[in-house]
Design a protein around this ligand. Sequence first.
Ligand code: FAD
Length: 441
Amino acid sequence: MGKNLVIIGGGAGGASTAAEAKRDDPSLNVIILQMGKFVSYASCPTPYYIGDLIKDENKLIARTPAKFNEDGIGVQLNAEVINIKENIVEIKDRRQVPYDILVMATGTSAIVPNMPGIDLPGVFSLRNLEDAIHIKTWLREKNAKRVIIIGGGFIGLEMSEALHAAGIKTTIIHKDAMPANRWDAALSSIMLEELQTHGVEFVANATAQAIEKGTTALLRVTTDKGAWDGDLVLLAIGVRPDAQLAKSIGFNIGKTGAIAVNFAQQTSMENVYAVGDCCESWHRVSRRWANIQLGDIANKQGRVAGRNIGGRPLTFDGIVGAQSFRLFNLECAATGLSENEALAAGYAPVSNITWGSAMAPAPGMRKIGLKLIADKSSGKLLGAQAVGVAGVVGRINALSVALWAGLNIDEIGYLDLAYAPPFSAAWDIIHNSAQALRRMI
Ligand SMILES: Cc1cc2nc3c(=O)[nH]c(=O)nc-3n(C[C@H](O)[C@H](O)[C@H](O)COP(=O)(O)OP(=O)(O)OC[C@H]3O[C@@H](n4cnc5c(N)ncnc54)[C@H](O)[C@@H]3O)c2cc1C
């Protein structure tokens, strides 16, 4: 009889762990316990499903329970784990499942502001496929014409684009002056222009105070800057690691509020691993443990945990914070640290913003803005942010590799990058920007 591997949470991290562990050690008896009715689904494309760019929700499911079963992995749906004790997990309906090895893959929970009207029908958060199905159903049943999005981070922005594609007007209520706070204001002002070009109303420096019934639409959001009516209110003000269960039974929790792990994804409890949004990752630039909630990290951590559980040891060597999203015709991407994060990590950051083109001058102009942040004393690259109509994600990926390898801006200024006129000038914006920053130091 093989060991019992029990995985709490069957999203990106949990499903990856299950598949890899079973592949590496077929004798394992693997069971995924998943709250809700879907397992192994992708949350990242949910905005495009809501906007009907993806019509079939099954396209968001990587593996069904039947497919897991074929591979010898058990899945229990609607199985919310509420307690862990003496090698047994307890499910809400009082079922008990014994384990030899346990994996925490509980993801995040949405931050829900405490304000009047937050429980009204038509107020939603978007965390997973079930939320997406409820949102899409509501929009259809109510023949929604306008949606109020509270929060102008990347999920709020992606939703404004997706709803625009579905012919629904959106208003974004955001607490700061510019959308997407991770990006420099000069770059996010390009995002703001893009929103306005597509008829998205952006209410800056506003705090939502209450939700009530509307007069020109089903609901009304009152803010300190006025009131806006919409047929649905989407809360997109962020998420926090779901480490409640782990905390309640005494796991070490990191400074970020997420479960502390080592490079093998092991927690402070013997034979218990953690993966994905609920746990920390080593940030290679800040040299601190961080909690960055992104799907690619969850997938990798899941595979690493699976390898270690399945007897083919591997370490997860950290992250640099690479991230991207699309906003209508714009590519937006960032990696590494912002200046404030660099200061907090003990660096002396200097930065510049370079405007250029994602192609050579002869064939035309494709505007791109690139911000580089480097450490004044060592010249080491610390972070990069970019926005433009093309070539943004590729450049930020190249700079992510530079961060991973600890390159300085002299090295980056002369990096061997692929050149052809449709994609860049002979001196790419990366070279120009790095050389300009070197001159500033
Ligand atoms: C709208 C949206 C867009 C996104 N876009 C991107 C993107 O473009 N790129 C990117 O990298 N990331 C993106 N993300 C983030 C990405 O989806 C997450 O980082 C990823 O899903 C994390 O995987 P996970 O396994 O840690 O958590 P999840 O995928 O959230 O899975 C955790 C699962 O555990 C279950 N669970 C929790 N507690 C219990 C319990 N006690 N018992 C049983 N089950 C439990 C939950 O129900 C959940 O299904 C996006 C997220 C959203 C919501």
